[in-house]
Design a binder for this molecule. Structure first.
Ligand SMILES: [Zn+2]
Length: 638
């Protein structure tokens, strides 16, 4: 899932509709509800659901639905009772077990069915639930209806069940333990509408003033990824061709008035799909389709084979498509491991910027991601059990998305490209995980096998631990030796030393050299060979690791003030020759003081975040003990 945060500007026609984002107050209600009732539900524990058929009769001009769910299952143990999650505000009109009415109880959002005869292990059964009601009245907003759009008064119905909302509109095992092996959805809607669904569109059958869309899915699917959406969609299809000779339709259901905005960006899906196919193996649902359906929630949601999207911008398309491998085919086995879904989707988006757009796009987006990832010094990416009921924490952009993505980037740097991508392909190909669930240790084991590294420290520090380091490099050159002392301060007490190699760049006007330094303690001195005279040193010049960096040159000759990159986007690095900086003052082009920073460390290098600055020219004035130097920079909007 990708929540809308910063790209409102792309969807100006929909601003009116977007006022529907959850407010804090609604979140409070949500949490209270989760804590009070459902979550420890163990519904369906005794059964393995093998097939579900959903018949849904809906109309975007009304809240109510009339539905029939047929659930086929196998008993995992001998049992005389079957339980399913289903919200109390849906009314059960009748319930049949193997075709015959049977006794049930429906309260506390759990449906308990007493079987006429107990089942032995591995015996199969079929439950049919006929139900109706208004599912829009639910605290998760997992079934939502908009009465119309800004430029079209046709209503829109959509579902978005992640994490805990599926049972608000269909009877299921609402959790992360059992994928439905295959699924059929029959969605009956008024003529003139279209119903977007999961899998392949088998048939559209007219019945009087209505029609039924039959979507057929023959891959395992997690409960929260089952979805549909209905309105007066327009549609178009692009085709992806793969080197294997396979081809796949990308079916887009789009609001008719949005065609001028969405048609061209949607085509980008083709090359992003080809990229992921080359990096991670074939699209997991290659026998069916991929697609997008437009909805009115901010951001997007990676419903299996049919992502729901507020619009078709490049980053959102890449994010939701990435989930089809990471999140859909392999789903996090606990909400504690949600980074296995969201960290990957965020990182795959960064990779798409890098490989398919430009290096500048990669730099700008990666810097943004790093800034978010380093926003908090405490809190771990791995979600504490008690916090899995807190949707704000689960879907925290700082932890689950951006620090999750940066962990993957650091992992790649630590083990190297070849072991990293081979490990990911072996993770995706693991028969115990493929089309099932994974925990963080599963990923760790695959990367350990592909790299030969023991990654326990890495995962303990970065995934289960908190914060990030501050790294100070103190250096000088002595003849043909470069002496570099790396000191690491850990900003969170839960980690005593962050396990990750540190890259340094040493240069002068004509020459440069990179060194990869492995540290096992917080204070290590390296002596490196060099046969030319260096005048500056940089920590992590390629942004591989999360850290705040400081450089001290012991005996550097006096140098000039350097400001880079220039133009700047997100971060400005200031090198004040060899002289420690005391204060930095930034002035706008008309001479107004814009920022003033006192630097309390003995350092001649300082990096400041400029992502909030508006575009334009600035003067940067650097004060040291004996002088003031001023330079000029141009700042661009990211
Ligand atoms: Zn996502």
């Amino acid at each position: 899932m990708q929540r809308l945060l910063i790209f409102l500007f792309v969807v100006v026609p929909y601003l009116g509709a977007m006022g529907q984002e959850l407010t804090c107050k609604q979140f409070e209600t949500l949490h209270k509800h989760q804590k009070s009732s459902l979550f420890k539900s163990s519904a369906g524990e005794s059964i393995d659901i093998t097939h579900v058929t959903l018949h849904l009769d809906v109309d975007p001009s009304q809240n109510d639905l009339t539905a029939k769910a047929v659930i086929t299952f196998k008993a995992m143990t001998a049992t005389s009772i079957v339980t399913l999650d289903l919200a109390d505000n849906l009314h059960i009109d009748s319930l049949l077990y193997n075709g015959t009415s049977t006794v049930f109880n429906h309260q506390f959002d759990v449906l308990t069915i007493t079987l006429p005869q107990p089942l032995t292990a591995n015996e199969r059964g079929r439950i049919q639930v006929n139900y109706s009601g208004d599912p829009t009245n639910n605290p998760y907003r997992s079934y939502d209806r908009s009465k119309g759009r800004v430029e079209d008064t046709t209503g829109v119905i959509w579902t978005l069940s992640q994490p805990y909302g599926a049972h608000q509109w269909w009877p299921c095992k609402d959790g992360l333990t059992d994928k439905v092996d295959s699924l059929d959805m029959y969605i009956t809607i008024p003529l003139g509408m279209k119903a977007a669904g999961i899998g392949s569109l088998e048939q559209v059958e007219p019945i009087g003033t209505k029609q039924t869309y039959h979507w057929k899915h023959r891959y395992p699917i997690t409960t929260y990824l089952v979805a549909f959406a209905v309105t007066n969609y327009d549609e178009f299809t692009d085709w992806v061709r793969f080197p294997s000779g396979d081809s796949l339709p990308i079916l887009n259901y789009i609001f008719p008035e949005y065609i001028p905005f969405g048609r061209d960006p949607a085509r980008e899906t083709v090359r992003i799909m080809q990229l992921f196919d080359s990096l991670f193996g074939a699209y997991p649902f290659i026998d069916e389709k991929y697609g997008h359906a437009q909805f009115l929630r901010g951001g997007g949601m990676e419903h299996q084979t049919m992502s729901f999207m507020v619009d078709w911008n490049f980053g959102l398309v890449a994010h939701e498509l990435g989930h089809q491998w990471f999140g859909d085919m392999i789903t996090c086995g606990s909400w504690q491991d949600l980074w296995l879904n969201e960290g990957f989707a965020t990182y795959l988006t960064l990779l798409s910027y890098d490989i398919l757009l430009s290096h500048d796009d990669w730099i700008a987006n990666n810097l943004h991601s790093r800034t978010r990832a380093m926003q908090y010094r405490t809190g771990s990416v791995f979600v504490q059990a008690a916090d899995t009921l807190d949707e704000n924490r689960l879907f925290s952009s700082q932890f689950t998305y951006h620090k999750g993505a940066q962990i993957l980037h650091m992992l790649r740097w630590t083990v190297g490209d070849s072991a990293f991508f081979a490990g990911l392909r072996s993770y995706l190909g693991d028969q115990n995980l493929r089309y099932g669930f994974a925990r963080s240790h599963d990923l760790k084991e695959h990367i350990e096998r592909s790299s030969g590294n023991d990654l326990s420290d890495f995962f303990d520090d970065w995934l289960y631990g908190e914060g990030y380091p501050s790294i100070t490099a103190t250096w000088h050159q002595s003849g043909d030796k470069l002496v570099v002392r790396l000191q690491q301060d850990t900003l969170a007490p839960s980690v005593d030393h962050y396990s990750v190699p540190v890259e340094i760049l040493v240069k002068n006007q004509d020459t440069k050299a990179y060194f990869r330094l492995e540290t096992e303690s917080n204070d290590t001195t390296f002596t490196l060979p060099i046969n030319w005279l260096a005048d500056s040193l940089f920590i992590d010049p390629n942004y591989w690791i999360l850290s705040r960096n400081y450089v001290i040159h012991d005996n550097q000759p006096a140098g000039d003030l350097q400001l880079y990159p220039n133009p700047t986007l997100n971060d400005l690095t200031i090198v004040n020759g060899n002289t420690p900086i005391q204060q930095i003052s930034v002035y706008t082009v008309d001479g107004k003081l814009f920022r003033e920073i006192s630097v309390n460390r003995a350092t001649n290098v300082f990096t400041m975040n400029t992502s909030e600055w508006i575009a334009g020219m600035y003067f940067v004035s650097v004060q040291s003990e004996n002088d003031v130097r001023t330079g000029r920079i141009i700042h661009l909007n990211p």
